[in-house]
Design a protein around this ligand. Structure first.
Ligand code: AMP
Length: 280
């Protein structure tokens, strides 16, 4: 009955903080899914989890300029608001927040986000200022939305790891991780995949399938770090890509490890000008 009633209630679109405060007044058990739009099945899985676990769900669409360390990457980031809103309406999301930069980053803000030296690994090493920008926007969102739960994808594991550490220390909100959604050829869905040609898409799929096989067979290797260095070079030559890192790291603290148990294989690479990341 509740579900039936819910299907008749319209999705609210919130354009600024006043809209937000009004809509959130007396809402309890709120789930929040932050996105940068161009929604795909990966985002949809997070939203469905929130709809299932929480009384109300708010989805934000905001391409955060602070987390882009490259102007062209920001400029070229795919945008598809009309289609996104149709998807969200179909999913029966309660609230959609479409803020402008001035609503998120208050000029009076004094918090300066700093990443620990030991966390300056993988994407934090190669994308200067990226996670500072991500944590900054998540800090602002959490302060103004005050959700019970925030749903984030394992596909961006380092992001999930750093945001969880920062937000759960400062707020009552819990960060919930959600499994990576892949296409039939094992490539992790990503808004950036839209920027790839068919040929490039095919290469990315081959890389994903190869890395899954490599992860399965890692236990036969004595020196995993050395083995991955060799694989990295081979991939660069074979697929004409530029792998930034290919590393086995512990899930609990993201330290390099030689142990398969409790670890993930992390990769970041450029295919033409498009930067893709994944973990297995
Ligand atoms: P983005 O719009 O790329 O900032 O992503 C918004 C959220 O969706 C982040 O928490 C991502 O980790 C998550 N996400 C992106 N791609 C996937 C995927 N293929 N599977 C699951 N979650 C994803």
């Amino acid at each position: 009955m509740f579900y039936l009633l819910k299907s008749f209630i319209q999705m609210k679109i919130l354009l600024n903080n006043n809209d937000l405060n009004e809509a959130l007044y007396s809402v309890q058990n709120l789930g929040f899914v932050p996105t940068m739009g161009s929604l795909h099945k990966g985002h949809i899985s997070l939203i469905k989890k929130s709809l299932n676990d929480c009384n109300k769900t708010i989805v934000s669409i905001f391409i955060n300029p602070k987390q882009f360390n490259n102007k062209n990457d920001y400029k070229n980031y795919p945008k598809n608001q009309k289609k996104d809103l149709l998807i969200l309406k179909k999913l029966k999301v309660d609230l959609v927040f479409l803020p402008k930069q001035k609503h998120i980053f208050n000029s009076k803000r004094i918090d300066k986000i700093k990443i620990n030296k030991k966390d300056k690994i993988m994407c934090a090493r190669y994308r200067k200022g990226h996670f500072e920008g991500v944590i900054d926007v998540m800090d602002c969102f959490t302060k103004i939305i005050n959700p019970q739960k925030i749903f984030m994808g394992e596909k961006d594991f380092q992001q999930f790891f750093l945001v969880k550490k920062y937000i759960e220390k400062k707020y009552d909100s819990k960060i919930i991780s959600c499994k990576t959604v892949r296409n039939n050829n094992k490539l992790a869905l990503s808004s950036r995949n839209m920027l790839l040609t068919n040929k490039e898409l095919n290469i990315a799929e081959q890389i994903a399938r190869n890395l899954i096989a490599i992860k399965k067979n890692l236990s036969y290797q004595k020196n995993i770090k050395k083995f991955l260095e060799i694989k990295k070079k081979k991939f660069n030559e074979l697929f004409n890509v530029n792998i930034e890192y290919l590393e086995l790291r512990k899930i609990s603290n993201l330290k390099i490890t030689n142990q398969i148990r409790g670890s993930k294989l992390f990769v970041a690479y450029y295919l033409n000008n498009v930067r893709l990341i994944d973990n297995f």
